[in-house]
Structure formats: C-alpha cells, structure tokens
Design a protein around this ligand. Structure first.
Ligand code: SF4
Length: 187
C-alpha cells in the first residue's frame, strides 16, 4: 500500500488502538461515532505557506464545507517538519469571529473605550500624523545635508501583519521620514 507519512501515522495509530481495545473486549462503537465529529473527519487538507516571515513554513489548512476549521504545521515539509513558531501557530486565531471588527477609541483622560468607524479613525490618524510631520520634519542636518528625517514619531508593527503588509508599512514609514521603526517579524 502506498501512503505518505501522515497517512501512515493515521492508519497505524488508529489500527493499533482499535486492535488493543478489541482484544480487551471494549466496545469501540461509541468511539467510532465520536471520531465522526473530529476535526479531520470530512475535511479537505490544503497545504499553504505561513505568511508571517520569509522562513515560509508550510501549514496544513483543514477545510470542511468551505470553512477553515484548523491550521497546523506540515510534518512533511523539510523546513519546519510540522513545527510552527508562536506566530504561525496562532494563524487560525486570525479567522475567529470574536476578534474586534471595528476600531475602539479612548479619548485622552477618558476611562471608557468607544467604538468608532474606520473612516473616522483613519481621518484622525492622517490628521495627527500630518500635524506632527509638519511640525517636526528635519530637512537638513547640522552639515547642511538633506536628511528629511522625522524623529518624533515611532512606527511599531504587529505580529499579525504578513510579509506584504509589513513591506507596505515600511515604505509608508520611510516615505514620511520616520527612522524609528520596529516590528515583531523576527523568529
Ligand atoms: S512566522 Fe514562524 S511559522 Fe511562520 S514562516 Fe516564520 S518561522 Fe515559520
């Protein structure tokens, strides 16, 4: 029988367990019924690539009825051999409905967070960034050399931004003259 590593583990693992329980006289019918609800039952496995850094670990995405139900490291990919760092392991959490869907704003001195629209929030950010940049942009250094440097603003990225989002954020920051930039795109 031809089978890959994942299928081999599945077959031998369940086969050995079933044989042992049967030998002990245990009725495994309820167990078999339960396995019908497990995440691997009725799912299609799609191999994809973690988007969070250039290591590009492979991830097995399980899809049932067109819905993503789990992600885990691909044991057959030689680079990560089934392992994922904290960012890759948390990939599935990005798809959960209980994540915040709208910006929350807490005004200076206020104690409560208030839900705001994306339009309002982006306008606020753009307005404040422009005011600070207009005030603080350093055009030339002490030697008269052009530097176009903005030292009063700091850009920090999130671990849930993918490679492409990081590239765009980096270009935008440099375009504004920001020199203080950090991001958790390190493993
Ligand atoms: S972020 Fe982690 S899991 Fe994703 S590719 Fe990089 S090392 Fe692999």
């Amino acid at each position: 029988m031809d089978c890959n590593r994942r299928e081999f583990i599945k077959v031998t693992g369940t086969g050995v367990l079933g044989l042992s329980l049967l030998q002990l006289g245990v009725d495994i019918t309820p167990v078999q019924a339960y396995t019908a609800t497990l995440k691997t039952t009725g799912t299609k496995e799609i191999v994809t690539v973690c988007p969070f850094c250039s290591v590009s670990c492979h991830i097995v995405a399980s899809v049932r009825n067109g819905k993503l139900i789990s992600t885990e490291g691909d044991p057959e990919y030689p680079i990560n051999e089934g392992a994922l760092c904290a960012k890759g392991a948390a990939l599935f959490t990005m798809t959960l409905d209980n994540r915040l869907q709208k910006p929350m704003y807490r005004a200076a001195g206020a104690t409560r967070w208030v839900e705001k629209s994306w339009e309002w929030t982006l306008e606020q950010i753009a307005d404040r960034v422009k005011k600070v940049r207009d005030k603080d942009l350093i055009l030339k250094n002490d030697k008269g050399q052009t530097v176009n440097r903005l030292e009063s603003m700091f850009f920090i990225g999130t671990s849930h931004a993918d490679n492409e989002e990081c590239a765009i954020a980096h270009q935008m920051s440099r375009g504004l003259g920001i020199v203080h930039i950090d991001h958790q795109a390190r493993t």
